[in-house]
Structure formats: structure tokens, C-alpha cells
Design a protein around this ligand. Sequence first.
Ligand code: NAD
Ligand code: DAU
Length: 331
Amino acid sequence: MKLLVTGGAGFIGANFIHYVLGKRLEYAITALDKLTYAGNRQNLTGLPEDRFRFVEGDICDVDAVNELVSAADAIIHFAAESHVDNSLSGPEAFIDTNLTGTFRLLEAARKYNVRFHHVSTDEVYGDLPLDAPEQKFSESTAYHPSSPYSATKAGSDHLAYAWYRSFGVPITISNCSNNYGPFQHVEKFIPRAITDVLLGEKPKLYGQGEHIRDWIHAQDHADAVLRVLEKGEVGETYLVGADGEKSNKQVLESILEIMGKPHDWFQKVQDRSGHDRRYAIDASKIKQELDWQPRHDFQSGLKATIEWYQQNRHWWEPHKSDTEATYKKAG
Ligand code: NAD
Ligand code: DAU
């Protein structure tokens, strides 16, 4: 099985590649990644040379995409501009990569009749109220994206499905909740907070911290994507989540407790514009139809993630000040 993994040098793409090459000895992977600020070649070290190849390139580049897709059995499409805050300060790259890039890949999949798995997000469904815990996203929830990021991901989901219905491209889609784990860029909430504490800075909480995210370990997400690739039904969407709902304040308090700081050792900062209140996933379909289960529990997964950032300062320290400068510039 020859996989083309786009965005393989990013957080979840890298976790997926390590997971699959460790678990499936008959798989070979080519990673295509533009190495934007979010991609890091170091995420892909220590992989078997006979089964792994890295290609630096853009998913919007038709020639590069066609050459790689023609040699693949399946595409796993992770590449994206992925950070909501960046999409508020500069949406154009999100249009280019998330929409045009996905279109280029789908066209190549159509040309060479290659299986296509599209990795997407729960943010395409918009948000849920804070005071209705019984409500969750499911595969039948209407799309209602709120940010330029989620709008472009929603558009890319629609493109994938249209290429299946109109052209017969063998696609599947997965929409996952918030991931945490090793290799996550320091712009994102959990690594930003951990690395702030490691540098002796108080971590930042947007608004009052009452917003809720549904956390899942990136390795459980990787396992779900592999399951959909191998057992999923073509044309179907699968929601992926691990019943990990927590408010941002709760997450921060857990990080502070594990790192030996007082529970209120944080600073409240200006809230995100249009901030989605709550995400929550009903993952019954993938559990029942594909026999998938998450394995990591949040507290021990968070502890291991904190240890990873403690032990890999060389990985994140060079990017920390640039990231904070970007936040400062965006206000
Ligand atoms: P990330 O920002 O860490 O990584 C994205 C990768 O894509 C980077 O390596 C970057 O260099 C690469 N890339 C960007 N533009 C490219 C282009 N034009 N051509 C080739 N490569 C390009 O993102 P992530 O958090 O690993 O997310 C991966 C995917 O999973 C995204 O599609 C995202 O929407 C989806 N997702 C993420 C989460 C989450 O919690 N992080 C949850 C659900 C779904
Ligand atoms: O739900 C899946 C999505 O999760 C993915 O599709 C996105 O790619 C991924 O970035 C993530 O989006 P969020 O916007 O939920 O993640 P982020 O880490 O940026 O923020 C998580 C929550 O924490 C959010 O409510 C905003 C808040 N936050 C964020 C930062 C960076 C803070 O309170 N303080 C911070 O410093």
C-alpha cells in the first residue's frame, strides 16, 4: 500500500506517519509538505528509509501533485492552514491551500482514480450552546462554519463529496475534534500554555475561559484515520472524538497543577473574535460501524504531552518568540 500523505510534516500528519509506519510494515509513505511556518522536517526523523520519502512541495502545484498522485494507491490529505487566529488576521492563505489545494488533489485523484481520504474538523458545524450538554455534533448536523478557517475547511469537505457524487472519486471524510500530543505547534492553546509555563510566563486564557473543546490525543485520531482508510465506506463521513469535553479554564488548571503552579497562575486576555462556544462529538458511527475506540485518557495524555515539551525544548524554543510576535502584531 503506497500512501501519499499531504501535510505530513505538521502536527497530526507527523503523528499519523509515525503511527502507520510502526503498525503496518507493508505500507510505504511519501509525505508532500510545503514546510510553511507550521511544518517541521524534524517531525519526520527516525522513520524507515526504505518505506518513507519526503518531498517538499505545494499541494497547489499541479505538476508536483500529478506526479505523486499517479504513483500512489491512496491520498491522506492533512495539509491545511490550520489556525483559527491566523485566519482572522490573514485569510488568503486559507483560501489557497484549503480550497484550491484540495481541488488540485481531487482533480489528480480523479485523473488517476486514486482513493482519497479527506481529513477535516468538527469546526465545519459551527458551535453548540454552553448550556445544552445533551447536544452534540453528528454526521447529520448541518454545516454552519464561523471563521475563515472553518469556512474553507467546510468548502473543502463539500468539494470532496462533490468529486465523489459527480465524478465517482473514491473519497471518505473524517471530522475530528481538538487534538493534543507531541509535535503540536506552539501557537495552539495547549503547547502555548505549557511552553509559557516552562519559560516562567503566565499562560493566556481568552475571555473568561468558559469555551469548551472536546480533546482527543493525536494518536487516537491517527488510528481513526487509518481505520476509515482501511474499513470505511466510500462516500461516507465519520466523526471522530473521545468524549473529552473540557472548558479552556479546566484545561489550563490541569496544566498548572501538573506543572506545580497555583491554579489561578494565568492571565486573561482579549477574547477571539467570533469565538465558537462549544464543540462536542457524537462518535457512535465510527465506533459501531468501524469498531474504533480511543485509547488515551486526557489526564495521562496531557501529562505525557507536558513531559514531551519539557524534554524537547530544542524543538519548540526557536519558534516561540516568532509565534508570540505574531500574536502581538495581530492584537
Ligand atoms: P498543522 O498546521 O500542524 O500542519 C499543517 C501542515 O500542512 C504543515 O506541515 C504545513 O507545512 C503543511 N502545508 C500547509 N500548506 C501547504 C501546502 N499548500 N502544500 C503542502 N503542505 C502544506 O495542522 P494540524 O493541526 O496537523 O492539522 C492537520 C489537518 O487536520 C488539517 O487539515 C486540519 O484542518 C485537520 N484537523 C486538525 C485538528 C487539530 O486539532 N489540530 C482537528 C481536526 C482536524
Ligand atoms: O476542533 C478542531 C480544531 O481545533 C482544528 O480544526 C483546528 O485546526 C485546531 O487549531 C483547533 O482549533 P481551536 O481554535 O479550537 O484551537 P486553539 O488551540 O487555537 O484554541 C483552543 C481554545 O483555547 C479556543 O477556545 C481558544 C482558546 N485559547 C487559545 C489560545 C492559543 C486560549 O484561551 N488561549 C490561547 O492562548
